[in-house]
Ligand binder design. Structure first.
Ligand SMILES: Nc1nc2c(ncn2[C@@H]2O[C@H](COP(=O)(O)OP(=O)(O)OP(=O)(O)O)[C@@H](O)[C@H]2O)c(=O)[nH]1
Ligand SMILES: [Mg+2]
Length: 572
């Protein structure tokens, strides 16, 4: 599927040509028909001699409706450039060509119209003028077809030229990331809200769950049409009319966009290249009422030139642009910049970074994914895909990591591990990305929640304090000469249990539970503290913490002066 937009000065015969090619008058409104003037976009379709389907977007030529022209050419891939032989090259011939160039439209055919009323000299003159004006542009060398729609002259030749054009124009690429910039919205009787646009980036399907942005309104695709024919799905590069469930047509406006929300980074600030038109008679600075045309929309913006304070006519530089509301953008999106005060096209460029992290004073944007990774150090692979539209396999876990940063983190971790000695490092004390790279260290392993050097002998294995506790379970020695760090680790591992400031071997706790079970076996009515002390051979100091631990873990329960069986009393 291909969409071609018309372009050219007012009254040069664009709509007439569209009607001659398709049988459809693209001027939809009574006012347009009455004045013989296109005000807003028109749409029509035809099948070319080769059988290829072609959609045409007809744009207005009048300078007053330039914003409508801009809404129509944002997503097309080729143009039908119209110049009337009777008038030759005119201001909007020039401005439309500049705009198409700024939008990076790379393919087109030229129709030299109204050759009927023009004599041969005028036609020759117009040819020469066109050749001169398009020199060095994408239309340099494009076929020039002479036409006269009322008499049918040249229409077959133009259809053949359009066939060659679409054959030479690459079809829209399917990145699995559909985006429909909405150029029209209306309510169809019985169906509800319908939006139209030129689809790019991916396929749209009936029942797709999408959202309208910038509002974020969730919608579902009820049905899809391409020039009034219903489809279950439509590929990128198609004109689409989408019947939506979930939004009223008057909540939606031209310039809104239909996407799968989570596939995009929705931005209000982006860095971009800016090429200033040669024809401008003043430099471009941050001052001025700047308006950006992106997709099918028009957005008043604030703009800052990155680097110098101003860009001279013909210069190319970088800018930071602040949008009033978030839009789902990607590097590579093209835009046109106008100044509404002077009502002039200033230039245009390409989005380079939809989520700049550098300050404007130091930012030097380009489209490189490596730069974005470098500036972030660590970036989630899904996030990176939303930011760039491209997938990079993660280096560690779900992270894509700048190689230098990865090297540094690994080195730092190695040094810390060395100084930590055989005990290693507690995983809980590491940053999330440090934890993620532990598998890349090679010479360290994760054991019991710690990162330890491989082959390191566990310094706490057969710890003398544990042995001392075990050999005197109910009268445990105090940990006076035990290293505090080691003691903490022994408690964390569960080898030693601390109750109310007294340290017991884990086995002592189990033994105390069995002792309680034996006492209750003798007398199910309960046992007293002194009975327990006597059986354990210890004093209140060591008996009370044990009993409160048994109570606390449900082995025993306290009733008045005695302990009775709790739910977790072991069997003996
Ligand atoms: N004789 C002759 N008249 C033409 C030709 N093409 C267009 N016209 C006439 O020129 C007038 C303008 O044609 P349109 O097709 O409306 O021009 P346009 O470029 O669409 O104008 P805008 O959309 O307003 O920019 C109409 O009266 C047409 O009938 C042609 O090839 N030969
Ligand atoms: Mg027209």
């Amino acid at each position: 599927m291909h969409v071609v937009a018309t372009a050219g000065h007012v009254d040069h015969g664009k709509s007439t040509l569209v009607k001659a090619l398709t049988g459809t008058d693209p001027d939809r409104f009574a006012e347009e028909k009455a004045r013989g003037l296109t005000i807003d976009l028109g749409f029509a379709a035809t099948t070319l001699p080769s059988g290829t389907a072609l959609s045409l977007v007809d744009v207005p030529g009048h300078v007053r409706f330039l914003k409508n022209m801009l809404a129509g050419v944002g997503a097309v891939d080729a143009c039908l450039f119209v110049v009337a032989a009777t008038e030759g090259w005119k201001p909007q011939s020039e401005e439309h060509l500049r705009i198409l160039e700024l939008l990076d439209i790379a393919h087109g055919v030229i129709a030299l119209t109204k050759v009927g009323p023009a004599d041969d000299d005028l036609v020759d003159l117009a040819r020469l003028e066109i050749a001169e004006k398009v020199e060095g542009t994408f239309l340099d060398g494009a076929p020039v077809v002479t036409t006269d729609a009322p008499t049918g002259v040249g229409i077959d030749e133009l259809r053949a030229a359009l066939d060659n054009l679409v054959a030479a124009t690459p079809t829209a690429v399917d990145h699995g990331r559909p985006r429909l910039w909405i150029d029209r919205t209306f309510s169809a009787r019985g169906a509800g809200t319908v939006v139209t646009g030129t689809l790019s980036g991916g396929v749209l399907r009936v029942d797709d769950e999408l959202a309208i942005h910038p509002t974020g309104t969730a919608v579902r695709v009820r049905s899809l049409e391409n020039h009034h024919a219903g489809h279950r799905e439509l590929p990128p590069g198609s004109r689409c009319a989408v019947n939506l469930v979930g939004a009223a047509h008057d909540e939606i406006a031209r310039g809104n966009v239909l996407v799968r929300t989570d596939q995009w980074h929705h931005t209000t600030m982006f860095d971009a290249s800016l090429r200033v038109l040669d024809q401008l008679d003043h430099p471009v600075s941050r001052r001025g009422a700047h308006v950006v045309y992106l997709g099918s929309g028009e957005h008043p913006v604030r703009m800052r030139i990155l680097g110098p304070n101003a860009l001279e006519p013909g210069a190319e530089g970088s800018v930071r642009i602040y949008l009033p509301r978030p839009l789902p953008l990607l590097p590579g999106d093209r835009f046109v910049l106008r100044e509404s005060g002077r009502s002039e096209t200033v230039g245009g460029g390409e989005v380079l970074d939809v989520d700049p992290t550098e300050k404007a004073s130091t930012a030097r944007p380009d489209r490189s994914m490596d730069r974005m990774i470098r500036e972030r150090g660590w970036v989630d692979a899904d996030e990176l895909e939303r930011l760039t539209g491209k997938r990079r396999e993660p280096d560690v876990d779900h992270w894509v990591v700048d190689p230098e940063v990865l090297h540094e983190v690994l080195e730092r971790l190695r040094t810390r591990l060395e100084t930590a000695g055989p005990m290693g490092l507690e995983l809980a004390g590491l940053e999330p990305f440090e934890r993620a790279v532990t598998t890349l260290l090679g010479d360290a392993v994760v054991e019991a929640g710690r990162l330890v050097p491989m082959g390191a002998v566990d310094p706490l294995a057969d710890h003398p304090f544990v042995a001392a506790l075990a050999s005197s379970p109910f009268v445990p020695p105090a940990p006076d000469d035990v290293d505090r760090g080691e003691l903490r680790e022994l408690v964390r591992r569960g080898d030693v249990v601390e109750v109310e400031g007294i340290f017991y071997a884990a086995s002592a706790i189990e033994e105390a539970a069995r002792l309680a079970a034996r006492l209750l076996d003798n007398d199910p009515e309960g046992f007293t503290v002194s009975a327990f002390r006597e059986a354990a051979g210890n004093t209140r100091k060591h008996a009370m913490p044990l009993l409160s631990h048994l109570d606390g873990t449900g082995v025993t329960r306290r009733r008045d002066d005695v302990r009775i069986a709790g739910p977790r009393l072991p069997n003996i």
